[in-house]
Write a protein that binds this ligand. Sequence first.
Ligand code: HEC
Length: 238
Amino acid sequence: MNKLIVIGLSTIALSSPSSAQHGDIARGQRDFRMCAPCHSLEADRNMTGPSLAGLWDRKSGSLQSFERYSDALKSSGIIWDDRSLDAWLSDPDSMVPDNEMPFNGIKDPQRRADLLAFLREATKPGAAPQMSAQGQMGDMGGMMGGMMGGGRVPKLKSLESNMQVKAITYCHDTYRVTTADGKTRAFWERNLRLKTDSGKDGPHTGAPAIVPAGMMGDRADVIFAAPEEISKMIEARC
Ligand code: HEC
């Protein structure tokens, strides 16, 4: 009996990589846009979700630099490979109940195979330079991601003057943001979001950046290097 089960499993294990190899990498790369607002392919570049660099053979919930794993994922004991990733992407909640990935899954097996074919290459050590080139090319996609509230924020350490925040005043319900090009823009207080990015893509200390948000042009994010800079920068003045 035991022997039969073992044979059964190894057949699946053997057939699974080859069937996944039928995935179409180019189609998979396009579908990765679903994931890119939350996951980068650069080592330790974490966003809403952990970096996927070096994913194959990694234990679930184990990337040291990612601090927001759910207990459910950390304790699930999964090793990421063709088979486990196929199950995860098909229905994350049934594979790991109480996980915190806000994604419903991909029902079409062919699309999962395409995505895995792409990810298998793109997550290999050393694949990152090529993929960041794709990131540049995909900056439009990144902007779309930004508009949807996630996504790639431009690197904030070298900025055009119209993105360098010099002063912020607050009066009644209005913030006025002055940038290094001398312009001042007014925002309804609910349309200006104040954020921090202490990572390597974030701004220099004391040099916050303003980044457009949303599609209507009436919203923006001001991104600081650290939370204590926020109230220091904002001057209540009419
Ligand atoms: C809206 C954000 C979001 C989207 C979209 C998203 N993920 Fe995730 N993903 C997360 C979060 C958050 C976690 C951590 C979940 C937890 O700890 O329970 C995660 C975890 C993972 C993990 C486990 C990684 C590890 O280190 O154990 C994999 C693999 C993964 N996601 C792949 C994908 C793929 C592939 C897609 C696109 C089809 C995708 N995700 C879409 C946010 C997202």
